[in-house]
Design a protein around this ligand. Structure first.
Ligand SMILES: [Fe+2]
Length: 253
């Protein structure tokens, strides 16, 4: 076989991944209508949930942003949105168990919510948190410590996406030492957020640093990219060979 024909063969090799059923639960998405930058209305929310069902997920924990200024969502606001979604799923005959938590930005208002013990968790004590994409959280060490003192366990959303961590494995190791679980965005592996983010995600996988994977689904473009990811031979191989804890974590939730 000539070198060119060999390359063609390699490139056309089909993905071994059929869907995301191997993860069981998607624990990061924005599907409560109208309360953050995710689904703007109930119809869109139901369509996106139907899409996740078709992509193989067996259950969902959807995680609206909680930000002091932009999206001041409370557990009550999130719970009432969840009830609306659940009712519509029954009406539409879509069999998808769905729970809701928050994706908490570690901003100036987070400590107050933490002290009040008023956080909506993924499951048990696990709380999904995110940091600014622009600047490092000044009191990060203290917040992570305080969370654990209050009995919570932080799950850091998409660590590969914070440019100021500069892909430095020592910084991620530190987050883990500080008690964080790390959650990769699936689309990072497709290069959806850029080449650098993809490379960091690959490096973190190789180091075995991730615990969980999530879609962080906001809209239709993400859904289309998730389909492209299933068909991507290289990404599929990486995903399948990694020991994700999603199923073990959430299958009994
Ligand atoms: Fe998110």
């Amino acid at each position: 076989m000539s070198a060119i024909r060999f390359l063609d063969f390699f490139r056309s090799k089909k993905s071994t991944l059929e869907n995301f059923a191997f993860l069981h639960t998607d624990m990061h998405s924005h599907l409560i209508p109208g309360i953050d930058d995710g689904a703007p209305d109930l119809g869109t929310s139901i369509n996106l949930i139907r899409d996740l069902h078709e992509l193989g997920f067996k259950s969902l924990i959807t995680t609206p942003h909680v930000m002091s200024d932009l999206y001041p969502n409370t557990p009550d606001i999130i719970r009432s949105g969840l009830e609306q979604v659940r009712k519509a799923l029954v009406q539409e005959d879509i069999d998808m168990p769905i729970h809701a938590a928050g994706e908490y930005l570690l901003d100036e208002g987070f400590a107050t919510k933490l002290m009040a013990g008023d956080l909506l968790t993924l499951k048990g004590q696990y709380v999904l948190v995110e940091m600014s994409f622009i600047a490092a959280t000044p009191n990060l060490d203290q917040l992570l410590f305080d969370m654990q003192t209050k009995g919570y366990r932080p799950v850091m959303a998409h660590p590969e996406r914070y440019p100021y961590l500069q892909g430095d494995l020592k910084r991620y190791e530190r987050l883990k030492d500080q008690g964080c679980l790390l959650q990769m965005n699936l689309l990072s592996l497709l290069g959806y957020y850029g080449k650098d983010v993809r490379q960091i995600a690959v490096n973190l996988m190789k180091a075995g640093f991730y615990d969980l994977a999530g879609t962080d689904l906001h809209h239709e473009r993400h859904r289309m990219a998730l389909q492209a990811l299933v068909a991507d031979h290289k990404a599929a191989k990486l995903l399948e060979n990694y020991k994700w804890k999603n199923a073990q974590f959430f299958s009994q939730s």
